[in-house]
Every structure is written in C-alpha cells, then in structure tokens.
Design a protein around this ligand. Sequence first.
Ligand SMILES: *Cc1c(COP(=O)(O)O)cnc(C)c1O
Length: 338
Amino acid sequence: MLTLDLRSDTLTKPSVGMREAMYAAPLGDDVFGEDPTVNALEEKIASLFGKEAALFCPSGTMTNQIAIRLHTGPQKEVICHQYSHIYLYEGGGIMANSMASVKLLTGDLGKITASQVAESINPDDVHAPETTLVSLENTMNKGGGSIYTLDEVRPIQALCQEKGLKLHLDGARLFNALVETGDAPAEWGQLFDTISICLSKGLGCPIGSVLLGSKADIKRARKVRKVFGGGMRQAGFLAAAGIYALDHQVARLKEDHRRARSLGEFLMKAPYVVEILPVATNIVIARLEGISPEAYLQELSSKGIKGVKFGKDLVRFVTHLDFGDDHLEEFGKRISRS
Ligand SMILES: *Cc1c(COP(=O)(O)O)cnc(C)c1O
C-alpha cells in the first residue's frame, strides 16, 4: 500500500532537477571561504532579503542557536512565545549554548504582540537578567502554520529599536508565509537583525539552512558556526540544492497550502476529529475527542497514513513537495473509511 507520509515537510527527496544541479556544482573548501556554490547561495539569498550577508549551515537549529548566541549570553534574556521552536525543540540550547534565560509569552496561534513584549522587558535591576533579544517565528509551527503580518511585526520592531533590543526571526518556513501574503522578502529583511530560513522543509532540499544578517553579525556567526561544529568543506553540493530550490520550488508552496486546506476539510468530516486549527499554510492540526493521539495515529497507520502527535489531544499533518493531488485524493478516500 502506498504510504501517505505527512509527518513533516522535511521528508521530501531531492527532485531530478535538484539532483542534477547538485551533481554539476563547482566546489571548494567552504571553511576557507572557497566554495563558489556556497558563496553564490549566500549572496543570492542575502540580496533577496536586502541583508548584507548570509551563512549556510547544516540545520535550522544551528542557525537559530547561532543567532541566540550573537544576541544574548550569560545573565541575558530572550523573549519569545511559549510554543517557539527555539524553546521547545532545540534541546534546551538557549541555556546550553548561550547560558541565557528565556521569558515565555502566551498568545493566539503562537503569536505575540508589541504590548506583551513591552510588559516583559526586564527593568534595569540587580535581580533580573538583562533582556537583549526578542524572537518571533513565521510561519508558526505550533500555531498551526499561522502567519505574522507585517503590520503585526512593525510595532514589535519599533519597540525593539526604541529599547535597544535585537530582533530575530525563526523563518524556518518564511517562504510559506511570503507566497501566501505576497510580501516582498526585503520588507521582512529590513525588520529583523537576523533571520533563519530552512531550505530542507517546504523548499525540498536534503539539508541546509541559512542565517541572514549584517556583515558584522555574519562574521561573528561564522566563528560560532565553527565552534558548534558546523564548518563544512565541499558543501557546494548542498548549496546547489538551495539555489535550485530558490529558483524553482518557491512558488509551488501555494499548492501545498491548497492541499493542506483540502486535507483539513477531509479531516473535519472524519471520525474522532472535533476541531481543525485555521489552515493558513501547509500545516494541519486536528483536535481529537474519544481517542488518544497514539491510538488515532495507530489506526491511521493501518490505513497507510502517517502524522505526528502534537499535544495531549492534537495531531499534526504537513503537506509537501512529494504529496500531490493523487495522494490528496487517496487521503480523502482512506480517512472517510472508519
Ligand atoms: C524545522 C524547524 C527549525 C529547524 O529545525 P532543523 O531540523 O534543526 O533544521 C526551526 N524552527 C522551526 C519553526 C522549524 O519548524
């Protein structure tokens, strides 16, 4: 039976065109700064977002953790939503890598507001860690792939500027947001000190994330990447996949979103599902009643459908490059059978 694997958009395999681009990539040693393909990727994506520089890294965890290291340190504090990837899914790296503290905020669909941030900045007081960083996530994974609008971010950016705080964006799925809103990448680039973007999610690369920032920040980031063990040698093979993805696999993210909306509609009519979080991009989160996520996923697994548990009564499905209309149709047939 064909498996409909919707556990994550990281599961995709490189397309034929991507593999050809990888095979043909000119190479050099990137730790020496001599891999022409890595340099080309870094320049291409930095200029797309109107940033001075970029750094190619093995994972989004590394790009986020490098940014946190740049903007915090011992006795400093980062403000973020309690559902943030940097807090929940990066192995306690805020503490382990930067020895920093974190202040967690609540908010609808994983988003925070400028007034919440304003109330959360620590006073200049001997008891308190010094607030130095605010981190946002777009799209917001745990918020069901929700999108921040520019109008929501601008007041947060203005506040950070006024208070001398750095602003980081975990943009693992930023392109999913951009294709939906039509915002220009440079509008986002100009609001943040640093932005992390994953090439290995919806964009369909096998490996890789980039950190964007000022020349000075990326120079420091390069040193942190080295000490984190992320200095790679002939990484042009991987960077070539990134360049290919930026040229050929961005606009198609809209198809993933359309299929995610249909998937949500199928699920809404299926047994045990009582609620679907608003489907803004490629993530569908379903609330269950009368069954545990484990038992539900077991049942789906016998129908050849895979998702993941995403909370005590939640499961998550993510659409991606390797999930087409035929798969969607098959999903609809299998899910309606109980
Ligand atoms: C996937 C993801 C990351 C980075 O994860 P890696 O697996 O380390 O590349 C960061 N933030 C969010 C929101 C993500 O979904």
